[in-house]
Design a protein around this ligand. Structure first.
Ligand code: PEP
Ligand code: MN
Length: 337
């Protein structure tokens, strides 16, 4: 249930409404918008909305028994902007993340990061625990990989994002990463979502391979209902009948999500297409469509990468793309630093 307070409702009235719903077994999540304060009452108790409508300062009560609440634009009209290492995602900003699919060695990660620093990359990606389709494929370096990416990122003044796969890894990840990436295969790992929802760390939540927008936002809802509001949604392509590309990159996610939710949405054209020569065109299209960021796989020696080399850009290709999207963004009033 969303309780929309009247414009300029007194703080005392707001506090009373919060107290009222808490007494009846609901959690209260408050969003202070420019015009209205909205209180999200989350819980599964029964309450008559007319009783709340009678409380002082309440304008409207919207019952949303199923579906997303805290992720919804109704709960928060203004865009959520998430900042990591000076890079902003959401609102007027299009933030950039780049780096190898997988941390293979110190040298490989450092050479890639060194080149990317010249293109102003401030957030480095790189998987240490890899969810591979085959159990025989390279599974990642594990904690050693996290140590490497942290130390490389520190050398180049970068932040780190890396994929977490299970709850037991949380204490380890908190030591090394700045953004917790939850991959497509774990989008509906509800236990993991609940746990990261209790952390104070940004979460990059990828869309599941066959997930609808509603399912994706419900997964974000799991995180937000725990109190963590720093969720970045990432469209990374969905499975369709088309086999020419690895996935079908659904750029309609940008306007759809922006209408439904205040959360930033970024695009992963690397996994979205699976083909190096498709990454730049789809990145340009995503920026033109108003995405709040891009996450792009880059490897200094892409043809010899242990994982996803075919979809990884070389650093000079990334630089060319960076120059192009910097020109596109201002046309739709977005800022790329
Ligand atoms: C990745 O980013 O390396 C990855 C495995 O992505 P996804 O979860 O989108 O497949
Ligand atoms: Mn990859």
């Amino acid at each position: 249930m969303l309780i929309i307070m009247k414009q300029k409702a007194a703080q005392e009235s707001i506090d009373k409404v919060i107290e009222y719903i808490k007494k009846r077994g609901f959690d209260a999540h408050v969003s202070n918008g420019e015009l209205h304060t909205v209180i999200g009452a989350v819980g599964n108790k029964i309450i008559d909305k007319r009783d709340i409508e009678l409380l002082d300062g309440v304008e409207e009560v919207i019952r949303i028994s199923t579906g997303f609440k805290l992720t919804s634009r109704v709960f928060q009209a203004e865009d959520t902007v998430i900042e990591v290492n000076g890079v902003k995602f959401g609102g007027d900003y299009t933030g950039l993340i780049a780096g190898p699919c997988t941390v293979e060695s110190y040298e490989q990660t450092d050479k890639t990061a060194e080149a990317l620093e010249k293109s102003n990359v401030k957030i480095l990606r790189g998987g240490a625990f890899k969810p591979r389709t085959s159990p025989y494929a390279f599974q990642g370096l594990g904690e050693e990989g996290l140590k490497i990416i942290r130390s490389v990122a520190d050398n180049h003044n970068m932040a780190v994002t890396s994929e977490i796969m299970e709850i037991s890894q949380i204490p380890m990840f908190l030591k090394y990463v700045d953004i917790l990436q939850i991959g497509a295969r774990n989008m509906q790992n509800y236990n993991l979502l609940k746990e990261v929802g209790m952390l104070n760390k940004p979460v990059l939540l990828k869309r599941g391979l066959s997930s609808t927008f509603e399912e994706w936002l419900m997964s974000a809802e799991y995180i937000m209902s725990g109190g963590n509001r720093q969720v970045i949604l990432c469209e990374r392509g969905i499975r369709t009948f088309e086999r020419y590309t690895r996935n079908t990159l659904d750029l309609s996610a940008i306007p759809v999500i922006k209408k439904l939710s205040h959360l930033p949405i970024i695009i992963d054209p690397s996994h979205g297409t699976g083909l190096r020569d498709k990454v730049a065109p789809m990145s340009r299209a995503a920026v033109a469509a108003g995405c709040d960021g891009l996450i792009i796989e880059v490897h200094y020696d892409a043809d010899n990468a242990l994982c996803d080399g075919a979809q990884s850009l070389y650093p000079d290709e990334y630089n060319k793309l960076y120059q192009e999207i910097k020109q596109i963004a201002p046309i739709i009033n977005k800022i790329i630093d």
